[in-house]
Design a protein around this ligand. Sequence first.
Ligand code: GLY
Length: 256
Amino acid sequence: MFQQRALVRPPSPRLAEGLLTHLERVPVDAQLATRQWADYRSALHDNGWETLLAPAADECPDGVFIEDTMVVYGDLAVITRPGAVSRRLELPGAELAIRTLGYRTARITDPGTLDGGDVLKHDRTVWVGIGGRTNTAGADQLARLLAPLGARVVPVTLTKVLHLKSAATALPDGTVLGHPDFVDDPAVFPHFLAVPEPEGAHVVSLNDGRLLISAAAPRTTEQLAALGYTMVPVDISEFEKLEGCVTCLSVRLRGV
Ligand code: GLY
């Protein structure tokens, strides 16, 4: 029996052409990426998450990073307006998938830009990274759309990585994990925990104290296990080459 649901989208045959901002391009093994994506999906599944497939977007190299297409809060899915124009082709299929699940939708509109990977939610606080992909107009629009649902948007400066959630994610108790080299100002988060590896800065909270984490972060895995979490490492090396992480490969439908 599943406790929650998550939207995922299969990797495009053009995955290796995915956009890069802060990393050098290195070859991507497409077959390995497909296996890693299946394992990622299994890890969600095995931990109580039903994974639902959004329509494939084979023409979109970055389509597998479906989290960037929407921000889901309560019964509302805010369809984003990605800062990279080429990624806007990913939106229609993602919107169709979330509408089919019964969510209300709203949109970020010009001049706003917003990537879902820049949006970190915990309870009623929504931190939005303002940097390369998301602008202030996008964050303001999101704030107006989420205010009736009781959420408060807090803009934070982001200059050192692609997305806010490349740098920082939240534990179930609201502590924000991050790598000090990539978080511009840790003081914006009420409780900040520094982790030793950049790949360890992004975790997905599963159920019952379980955390999904990149297999490339063994020391962070140990650190979080010592705090009592059950760690679920997944190898996502081919997606990490494209600045992807465990968060951006799915949209978790938690209610908030
Ligand atoms: N490769 C992920 C992105 O640039 O959006």
